[in-house]
Design a protein around this ligand. Structure first.
Ligand code: ZN
Length: 310
């Protein structure tokens, strides 16, 4: 799993930062990419990466402010031009489907693939054998969701030699044992999966939060997460503005990660008021509260391997 930050700015694009979008590359896990928010020109940012739009399987939108969605129509259209055929599922607040469908209809944009819309409410919004995604409302000036992506435990390795020693013949029975099933041999003896596999490995937890002021739901979503991506639109000196505008400071983001006992925090959604020279200070202030804090810049990639940052 790799997070690739495509846009890390707040409100409007600057020369350094585009508007919000994060790609979660799940190429090893499921051969696809999940996108979180899609600010204007996200598809231009994608041109500078190896990301193939047709590989985008799901798009999760946190809220309907333009700097988080204005890139959608263009990206959806290009995904079609580039041969996308697989269904794309778009998760987002009420109103998103209407806006997309109206835009596509008025511009006579025809897509080569179906879109499935999921209107997000709090709770589990997606689950399959690999992943479970939960959403909770944050505290912004319009309804805004945070997403918690949990990978389910990974099957242990099959200890082939041990299974063979116990008399399991080569072939499909080995596969059943690997999948966690117990089997009965021709001799009538039972071989238990747990005896011939290594223990299951814990999956990762990544929490991606939309715009929000400091709030309890951000902490709930971030509990024990390997990575928390939190906005940091303001800092200590501009703290008085943060809550009024439904945003958080760098130190508040660090407080959320600390209270949630998360492992790593990525500061995102950085205002253009901060100059490149200010960034080290922003990061340092957050690290005083939560030491394993990092700053997202456009193009930053963060990989998790066995739940460790690499
Ligand atoms: Zn917003």
């Amino acid at each position: 799993m790799k997070l690739h930050f495509l846009g890390t700015g707040a409100g409007m694009p600057s020369k350094e930062r585009n508007t919000s979008s994060i790609a979660m590359k799940l190429l090893e896990e499921r051969g696809t990419i999940w996108l979180f928010d899609c600010g204007e020109a996200t598809q231009h940012q994608i041109l500078h990466t190896t990301i193939k739009p047709r590989k985008i399987e799901k798009i999760f939108i946190t809220h309907l402010h333009g700097d988080h969605i204005f890139g959608l129509p263009g990206l959806l259209s290009s995904r079609s031009f580039l041969g996308g055929e697989d269904t794309l599922t778009i998760y987002g607040p009420v109103g998103l489907k209407n806006w997309i469908e109206t835009t596509l209809a008025l511009t006579t944009t025809h897509l080569s693939y179906p879109i499935k819309y999921v209107e997000v409410t709090e709770g589990i919004i997606f689950e399959d054998e690999q992943f479970i995604v939960r959403a909770m409302l944050l505290a912004h000036v319009i309804p805004c969701y945070g997403y918690r992506i949990e990978q389910k435990p990974l099957l242990g390795e099959l200890l082939v030699e041990k299974a063979l020693t116990l008399g399991v013949p080569k072939g499909p029975l080995l596969g059943k044992l690997k999948q966690g099933e117990n089997i009965v041999l021709a001799s009538g003896e039972t071989v238990y999966s747990m005896d011939v596999t290594s223990p299951a490995k814990e999956g990762f937890i990544v929490t991606i939060l939309g715009d929000t002021k400091l709030c309890d739901n951000a902490i709930h979503l971030a509990e024990g997460a390997d990575i928390v991506v939190h906005e940091a639109t303001f800092d200590a000196e501009t703290k008085h503005l943060a809550a009024n505008y439904g945003h958080a400071t760098n130190v508040e983001a660090a407080t959320v990660a600390k209270k949630a006992k998360a492992k790593n925090l990525i500061l995102n959604h950085i205002s253009a008021r901060f100059l490149p020279n200010d960034l080290a200070k922003l990061l340092q202030q957050a690290r005083e509260v939560f030491p394993t804090t990092y700053m997202a810049n456009d193009g930053t990639q963060i990989e998790l391997k066995n739940k460790e940052l690499v």
